[in-house]
Design a protein around this ligand. Structure first.
Ligand code: PGA
Length: 255
């Protein structure tokens, strides 16, 4: 497998943080720090910040994503946002299946699959999150579980559509805890994900698919994680809210 065929992508996940005014200020601070990146740079922000983020990043190398989308185009789904609503306003990426969605909002592998399908149909690039809890890791089922989450989420997705799918391995026990997976642990599971893609779509799709790591990636540990052969970037929570730290991670992915 040849890492050189893939361009790393560093994506921020702001979660439920930042008002519109704060969004504008943070992006203005980030823009000069990441402008020379030799990797993809994406910021996934709350729905209410999307317009401000798109406006602030115009003409820059930063792309904007949402943090979720619904599976229907429209209808009686109070509080939800459709993929079409996102693309029409200029959003290019969307996170689907984040563990916080699964944990707090009843997201299942099946609804994750439905949302992936809707996002691809609308032309969005999907950042699909998979990962095990600490209990599941201790039970020794990480590989099987992550492979299963990946397979179910990609049901009905064609080999060609995989060009618009990024997979983020995010061990639940490492998210927001300061506890990062070791570089070896991250690489091992990312490799399992790539093998799963290979089994579904063949070697050449597997080789081209970007598989990120996420879970307490920060300015201090990014370089070691990103140096791993199967780690093609990161999905960054906490550290994406600090311009300097985020830019250090972008620089590490640009090496
Ligand atoms: P963290 O979050 O970097 O704060 O651990 C990562 C994520 O949830 O995507």
């Amino acid at each position: 497998m040849n890492k050189a065929v893939r361009k790393a992508i560093i994506a921020g996940n702001w979660k439920m943080n930042q008002t519109q005014a704060q969004t504008k200020a943070l992006i203005e601070e980030m823009k000069p720090l990441v402008k020379d990146a030799d990797c993809g740079v994406v910021l996934c922000v709350p729905y209410t910040d999307l317009a401000a983020a798109i406006e602030a990043t115009k003409g820059s190398n930063i792309k904007i994503g949402a943090e979720n989308c619904h599976w229907a185009n429209s209808g009686a789904f109070t509080g939800e946002i459709s993929a079409q609503m996102l693309t029409e306003m200029g959003v290019e990426y969307v996170i689907i299946g984040h563990s916080e969605r699964r944990q707090y909002f009843g997201e299942t592998d099946v609804t994750v699959n439905q949302r992936v399908r809707a996002a691809l149909d609308a032309g969005l690039t999907v950042i699909l999150c998979v990962g095990e809890t600490l209990e599941q890791r201790e039970q020794g089922i990480t590989s099987e579980l992550v492979a299963m989450q990946t397979k179910i989420a990609l049901g009905g997705v064609s080999a060609q559509e995989m060009e618009k799918v990024i997979i983020a391995y995010e061990p639940v026990w490492a998210i927001g805890t300061g506890k990062t997976a070791t570089a070896e642990q991250a690489n091992e599971v990312n490799h399992t994900i790539r093998e799963t893609i290979g089994a579904l779509y063949g070697e050449s799709v597997a080789e081209k698919t970007v598989v990120q790591y996420g879970g307490s990636m920060n300015a201090g540990n990014a370089e070691e994680l990103l140096a791993q052969p199967d780690v093609d970037g990161g999905l960054i929570g906490g550290a994406s809210l600090k311009a300097k730290d985020f830019s250090v991670i972008v620089a590490a992915a640009s090496k």
